[in-house]
Design a protein around this ligand. Structure first.
Ligand SMILES: [Zn+2]
Length: 338
């Protein structure tokens, strides 16, 4: 049930976590579960512009090479197990809370050093002032692949968010880096100044009537947790790139049957392929902007005229984001230096 499914109807209330599937290609096959390694010497030997290009190439390639399309939720996918949750204060992690977990995951659960290493990597990429809403950090796992990371509102405060990382998928820093940038995009595009959270929905997460009432009262894009402000990044992105296909997408998104949904979304993606940077982008406008942000950070400014390329150029209209791009690219390079 942790598989990414966005619905504007009832199921959105049940799956409010923005679960971000890792789109692994064959490159990651055979990596050890639970292994966490620093950037390898191979990476350090490559010049930094090539590293950032490789991050985006692998993530795009993984999406394109996924010939299975949108995988239906099924018995072959393991449910996510939460292992440890740390309170976050600025850059610092407090003492973790340990969830009850199967005995075979005890090593992963107690690997405090690995948990903190991943957190340290995240904080080394994203400047502190850009992540004021992160109040918790969770280590979880659904086995290798599937989910790599996710964000969700905290249980107590809809203005605060939790970053979740699958410990089994953190050995490849190319994928990890892109996915952390993607998750960060959710955090800043859904922050309270961009999308004041709906208290009615937060306090009544299973009330479909309340949800639909909030959606219909919202004149702008409704990401799920609240009504976006007119000038918010996500509403501007939606207005420019989604209004003409949103109804078509939404009908697909409301399909209950998972196999039927996957097939319809697959068809939708291929129908509009030149609009999307990855197939995962087609799952939801909020995923689309998060994927596009990853491309914005790690690739150059495109000069073509496809909608997909326009989505990358979108971020260059915001000076604060181009400044952030420079900082994040510099931080990636510092991490990968020998
Ligand atoms: Zn996502």
């Amino acid at each position: 049930m942790f598989r990414q499914r966005w619905k504007l109807a009832l199921s959105a209330l049940l799956f409010s976590t923005l679960a971000c599937a890792a789109l692994f290609g064959d490159e990651t096959a055979g990596k050890g579960a639970g292994m966490v390694m620093p950037p390898t010497p191979t990476l350090a030997a490559v010049s930094c512009p090539l590293i950032t290009e490789e991050i985006v190439r692998l993530n795009a390639g993984a999406a394109e090479s996924s010939d299975e399309g949108f995988e239906a939720e099924g018995g072959e996918e393991e449910e996510a197990v939460y292992l440890a949750t740390y309170p976050v204060s600025g850059d610092e992690l407090g003492e973790p809370y340990f969830d009850s977990a199967p005995a075979e995951l005890e090593d992963e659960q107690k690997d405090d050093a690995a948990h903190r290493r991943i957190w340290g990597y995240f904080t080394s990429l994203i400047p502190l002032e850009y992540r004021p809403t992160i109040a918790e950090y969770s280590i979880m796992t659904d086995g290798r692949e599937n989910l790599l990371a996710a964000v969700a509102q905290t249980a107590d405060d809809p203005n605060l968010w939790r970053l979740e990382v699958d410990i089994a998928d953190t050995s490849d820093y190319y994928y990890l880096t892109f996915t952390l940038a993607h998750e960060f995009a959710h955090l800043f595009t859904l922050a309270p100044d961009q999308m004041p959270p709906s208290l009615a929905i937060f306090n009544n997460p299973e009330d479909n009537d309340i949800y639909l009432r909030e959606v219909s009262a919202c004149p702008t894009f409704f990401p799920g947790e609240g009504c976006s402000t007119p000038d918010s990044y996500i509403n501007q992105f939606y207005e420019r790139f989604w209004t003409d296909i949103y109804e078509e997408w939404n009908e697909i998104n409301l399909i209950e049957d998972e196999d039927e949904y996957s097939g319809a979304l697959d068809d939708f993606y291929y129908q509009y392929e030149d609009r999307f940077l990855t197939d995962y982008s087609a799952t939801h406008p909020a995923e689309d902007i998060a994927e596009a942000f990853g491309f914005f950070i790690f690739t150059g400014q495109p000069d073509g005229d496809t909608v997909a390329e326009q989505k990358i150029r979108f971020f260059y209209e915001y000076p604060e984001l181009t400044a952030l791009r420079e900082t994040m690219r510099r931080n990636v390079c510092l991490n990968f230096q020998p």
